[in-house]
Design a protein around this ligand. Structure first.
Ligand SMILES: Cc1cc2nc3c(=O)[nH]c(=O)nc-3n(C[C@H](O)[C@H](O)[C@H](O)COP(=O)(O)OP(=O)(O)OC[C@H]3O[C@@H](n4cnc5c(N)ncnc54)[C@H](O)[C@@H]3O)c2cc1C
Length: 391
């Protein structure tokens, strides 16, 4: 049976809990707020499936992407609501047009991030935009399998570990499944996110919406925005924003993200999506600071689907490995752990949000200036220097 002795070797993908034939495995949060499997030994029949289907423990065999594009959805409203160019919505819409089902990460009414499915195009907005919190898979792998066996066309999207978890859970390939993963920096603690939201709601009242990548100041200058039912909105760039700042400084991330085994250019998915920050380098006409998605296509099934989407997209062909090298370092490299990570999590329950902020991500005049000049630095291709300054 599965026993987690090294937290770096459990991504929380929930494959083990889903594959267990007697439901002996429950995913429980640790003190940092990340989920890990716990086996009820009185129920366990020792079939070993939980170990055999753990994507971290099995050997993987992946090739290289077959083709890659930089993509913008022609629907400007969709593009504005999406983190980058709105490629995901275009893929999902095609699946829905064929009577399919789309799975992805959405906020529930309490602003927990959970995996759900939708069958109507107007519900796809729930998936738009990256949520920088680990989402709960729940029973969605089983729902995917049921739909696939019923012959439905299914699109499942998530982080690379969730896609690997799904593939292991399914145990065999399905022609009617389209798997979409996002390049993933890592996932921050849901417990920290809850603490942060409680702090903000105590100050400003109930929340109406959360946008991790609000484009009101453009794509390069995107901010995290919180909208409250009172009509108030607070919107800050990463440099001034406690939650996103702890995330990008690698203080609040899941241990397995520091040694992610799925960060390779080749994937088990059909599509990999990530930010194309410097579209001007590839195609000047597409450079409008409204967001562009790099799309790596790994399978002929993915390529066939993409060809159907082309009329809805502005796109240009790019070299896949060059795209990964310029903007997608997170596709192939795990983040380094922050030296103060343990102390941050030790303080998380003890200290208030303002105290954590003061101790770990203090505001300064430099950071305020950085927020203002960030879009200019991006346009001048000074992103690597900016990244170094933020460390
Ligand atoms: C946690 C996280 C970290 C990321 N880190 C990077 C990075 O370092 N570099 C980079 O280039 N791109 C990163 N991305 C991907 C990027 O932000 C965009 O999601 C991607 O460019 C696709 O954008 P889009 O405009 O096509 O679609 P969008 O509409 O923005 O994408 C939405 C898709 O993301 C999925 N999604 C959203 N939140 C989650 C979540 N918490 N868990 C699982 N799936 C989720 C949805 O199911 C949907 O498929 C990250 C995304 C996430 C969720």
């Amino acid at each position: 049976m599965i026993r987690i002795t090294d937290k770096k070797r459990c991504t929380g993908c929930e494959a083990c809990a889903n594959v267990c034939p007697v439901q002996a495995i429950t995913m429980l949060p640790d003190r940092e707020g990340f989920l890990y499997p716990t086996v009820d030994e009185s129920i366990c029949v020792e079939c070993g499936l939980c170990v055999k289907r753990c994507p971290v423990l099995v050997e993987r065999c992946v090739g290289r992407p077959i083709v890659a594009y930089a993509v913008q959805n022609k629907d400007e409203c969709v593009r504005r609501e999406s983190s980058s160019g709105g490629a995901f919505t275009a893929i999902a819409q095609e699946v829905l047009r064929q009577g399919g089902l789309v799975f992805g990460a959405a906020f529930d009414p309490k602003f927990e991030v959970v995996h759900i499915s939708v069958s109507a195009s107007d519900e796809l907005s729930r998936f738009r935009g990256s949520k920088y919190v680990q989402s709960r898979i729940g029973t969605t792998y089983a729902e995917v399998k049921k739909a696939l066996l019923a012959g439905m066309y299914v699109c499942f999207s998530g982080t690379p570990c969730q896609i690997e978890g799904l593939m292991q859970y399914l145990g065999k390939p399905y022609d009617n499944l389209i798997a979409v993963d996002v390049v993933c920096h890592g996932v921050p603690s849901p417990k920290l996110f809850r603490k942060y939201l409680n702090y903000q709601q105590d100050k400003y009242g109930p929340l109406k919406g959360i946008y991790f990548r609000d484009k009101s100041y453009g794509y390069a200058g995107s901010t995290m925005a919180l909208r409250f039912t009172s009509g108030r909105t607070i919107s800050n760039g990463r440099e001034l924003q406690f939650f996103k700042d702890t995330f990008f400084r690698n203080l609040s991330t899941r241990p397995s993200c520091y040694a992610c085994p799925f960060k390779t250019a080749g994937r088990v998915s059909d599509f990999t999506l990530f930010d194309c920050w410097h579209i001007g380098n590839w195609n000047r006409k597409m450079d409008d600071d409204k967001g562009t998605t790099f799309v790596l296509i790994h399978t002929s099934k993915g390529r066939d689907l993409f060809e159907k989407l082309m009329p809805e997209l502005r796109y240009c062909l790019v070299d896949a490995l060059a795209a990964v090298a310029t903007d997608g370092d997170m596709a192939v490299a795990s983040i380094p752990s922050h030296p103060a990570r343990s102390s941050f999590f030790a303080d998380m329950d003890r200290l208030s949000v303002p105290m954590l902020m003061k101790k770990y991500v203090p505001s300064s005049l430099f950071r305020h200036v950085l927020f203002l000049v960030k879009p200019i630095l991006f346009r001048m291709h000074l992103l690597p220097i900016l990244k170094r300054l933020l460390k």
